[in-house]
Design a binder for this molecule. Structure first.
Ligand code: HEC
Length: 156
């Protein structure tokens, strides 16, 4: 009796994770496999890299996740902190793929409010891919300055 319900629940948990995963950009460098192993267990990987911060910041995040119940050996934890501080450090910001970015990525990458990220995505779905900075400034309700400030990181 409850099999279909269970299946649906499992699907609704898995699907968002799968789509966020396909969008997140993971640089291929040492520590990636440890990161993928440990950081996708409780939430999508996009959330795991939704911050850019220095080593101390990532150490603090690791302690927080450990407190939530994250497992893994000391070596794995060290490899992950290295990986994250190298690739998602305060000064090593990843590009923002404006035509693919999820709400979380727009939120953290461009400093958009949630409602603005939703507007951008709705605009993208309705009008197709953005081709230039000028296209972005046509979205109602988002200040052009938000894009101007990050224009070097925006990929079309
Ligand atoms: C045992 C479950 C668990 C695992 C494994 C886990 N997380 Fe989390 N994570 C959480 C929970 C629960 C939240 C939401 C907490 C909140 O919003 O304050 C979260 C939120 C986050 C956030 C956003 C909010 C914040 O507090 O910074 C980041 C970044 C994050 N996790 C990174 C990671 C990374 C990196 C890994 C792998 C090293 C990881 N998580 C593995 C449970 C986990």
């Amino acid at each position: 009796m409850c099999v279909p319900r269970l299946t649906l629940t499992a699907l609704s948990l898995l699907l968002p994770a799968a789509s966020a995963w396909s969008q997140v950009q993971l640089p291929d460098s040492p520590g990636r496999s440890e990161f993928e192993k440990l950081c996708r267990n409780c939430h999508e990987l996009a959330r795991s890299v939704s911050k850019q911060q220095d080593r101390d910041g990532w150490l603090a995040t690791m302690s927080k996740m450990t407190a939530f119940g994250m497992k893994g050996s000391e070596d794995e934890h060290r490899a992950i902190v290295d990986y994250l501080s190298r690739n998602f450090g305060a000064d090593a910001l990843p590009p923002i793929k404006i035509n693919e970015a999820s709400a979380i990525e727009l939120d953290s990458g461009l400093g958009l409010r949630r409602s603005q990220a939703a507007r951008l995505i709705a605009h993208r779905e309705k009008n197709g891919k953005f081709k230039s900075l000028a296209d972005l400034t046509k979205i109602p309700g988002i200040e052009a300055a938000k894009f101007e400030a990050k224009k070097d990181r925006i990929l079309f």
